[in-house]
Design a protein around this ligand. Structure first.
Ligand code: S3P
Length: 470
């Protein structure tokens, strides 16, 4: 197609793989969170949204032309996606901090990767890419770290097989797996059995290189970044109410995706740690700038506000097609709340840090309908029950509900928490340590780099006082 790949002569070209090893130089294990000498204060901006960053690289690689991305999250998860798209023939180049250029190959234009695609810790990279691969007629081999290799993949391989893709997986449908994309894909209509944006996105992305119309029915709304970004790149996506509630999302197959610039807003799932820290460390006042407030992601704020949190939404605006605002938190008393199951998809990654807030609140917080937490980077229900109990918090799981009874004072703390290759567990307990009576240690801080490189220095700018290594 004669595309210029921008293989720069004068610019130093940093490979995604180089960045992975750089980002591993964040503080290693263990790390301790302890009460700071003074309240937290100041203004920070957290890195770009992980979900949007993965999608920008994938759709950029499938578009015709050159996509410029700014604010891309340079966490290991996203760098795995960058490396995978490059391995399949897209031009993926880093221009500067958060600024990336993707030269796309067009829908159906990816090439067989010469080696195994290693997606590290990233469920999003794995599941969305399997969707892309399901309708590219070559064979690829996909693996990940011990956490990703333990996570369920049938939730995507089942619907993707119906397009005509063939999968050969390890016991239980797990990674590593081999996928051979359909030669003549057939469009499907699929009702999500679990509320999962990853499954929805895998099916829609498979539908991209399938003639006809592919439809996903989601009984419960999940994050809609894939639909938004497909539209942004010129695909036709129709969203209509589904019979019996929820949404019917239809993609018209085999469009030409046109390269389009993407501005990635700050990730509310990363901001969550600074937000809660600003609320539970007495006397604090913290502002996090430019936080993405897509309604399908903002459930944490509704929950914290029901708990009495003082959060001001300042300077509301639209950036890169997503609503954003600067959030200013002032610490104060929190009270228990009943968080309904219907809210779970809009804050699915925020339950560990919400449970930390609940353990500093007065009264009972019930977080309902959390079955999906068992299959995240770790079993987060187990991680929260075990870890909070070790920190002296009254906590229980009943069915799929997590129940925390706070007495309004700081938890005891004084425990070492197993990180379980889970970045959000690591960050949640470090934040708990900022409020607890005794410090809280985690056994391994390295997983933080999957989603939030710079967490330690950024929190330290607010006065968190985490020890910095190297
Ligand atoms: C994501 C969807 C969520 C979330 C994950 C990112 C995405 O997973 O937990 O961190 O980018 O689509 P599920 O959709 O499987 O719940």
């Amino acid at each position: 197609m004669g595309r210029a790949r921008g293989r720069g002569k004068s610019k130093v070209r940093i490979m995604p793989d180089d960045l992975i090893s750089h980002s591993l130089q964040v503080p290693g294990a263990p790390l301790v969170g302890a009460r700071p000498k003074a309240p937290l204060s100041g203004t920070i901006r957290v890195p770009g949204d992980k979900s949007i960053s993965h999608r920008a690289l994938m759709l950029g690689a499938l578009a015709v032309g050159r996509t410029e991305i700014s604010g891309l999250l340079e966490g290991e998860d996203v760098l795995c996606t960058a490396a995978a798209m490059r391995a399949m023939g897209a031009g993926v180049e880093r221009l500067g901090e958060g600024r990336w250029r993707v030269d796309g190959v067009g829908i159906g234009g990816l090439a067989e990767p010469a080696d195994v695609l290693d997606l590290g810790n990233s469920g999003t990279a794995a599941r969305l890419l399997l969707g892309v691969l399901a309708t590219h007629n070559f064979t690829s081999f996909v693996t990940g770290d011990a956490s990703l290799r333990s996570r369920p993949m049938r939730r995507v391989t089942d619907p993707l097989s119906r397009f005509g893709a063939a999968f050969s997986t390890r016991e239980g449908g797990r990674l590593p797996l081999a996928v051979t994309g359909a030669i003549d894909p057939v469009p499907i209509e699929y009702t999500l059995p679990v509320p999962s944006a990853q499954v929805k996105s895998a099916v829609l992305l498979a539908g991209l290189n399938t003639p006809g119309e592919t439809t996903v029915i989601e009984p419960q709304a999940t994050r809609d970044h894939t639909e938004r970004m497909l539209g942004h790149f010129g695909a036709t996506v129709r969203v209509a109410p589904a019979d019996g509630g929820g949404k019917r999302i239809t993609i018209v197959g085999q469009p030409e995706l046109i390269a389009a610039p993407v501005v990635v807003p700050a990730d509310i799932s990363s901001a969550a740690f600074a937000i809660v820290a600003g609320l539970i460390v007495p006397g604090s006042e913290v502002t996090v700038e430019g936080v993405g407030l897509n309604p399908s992601r903002a459930g944490l704020l509704a929950s914290l506000e029901e708990m009495g949190a003082d959060i001001a939404h300042l300077n509301k605006r639209v950036e890169g097609g997503e609503p954003v605002a600067d959030l200013r938190m002032r610490a104060g008393a929190l009270k228990g709340a009943d968080i309904p199951p219907g809210r779970a998809p809009s804050m699915i990654d925020e339950y560990p840090i919400l449970a930390v807030a609940a353990s500093c609140a007065k009264g009972r917080t019930v977080m309902r309908g959390l079955a999906e937490l068992r299959v995240k980077e770790s079993d987060r229900l187990a991680a929260m029950v075990t870890g909070l109990a070790a920190c002296g918090v009254k906590v229980a799981v009943e069915g799929d509900d997590l129940i925390v009874d706070g007495d309004g004072g700081p938890p005891a703390g004084g425990a070492t928490i197993e990180t379980r290759l889970d970045h959000r567990i690591a960050m949640a307990y470090l934040v708990l340590g900022l409020a607890a009576r005794s410090p809280v240690a985690i056994d391994d801080a390295r997983p933080i780099a999957t989603s939030f490189p710079g967490f330690v220095p950024l929190m330290n700018r607010l006065g968190a006082g985490f020890p910095e290594i190297g």
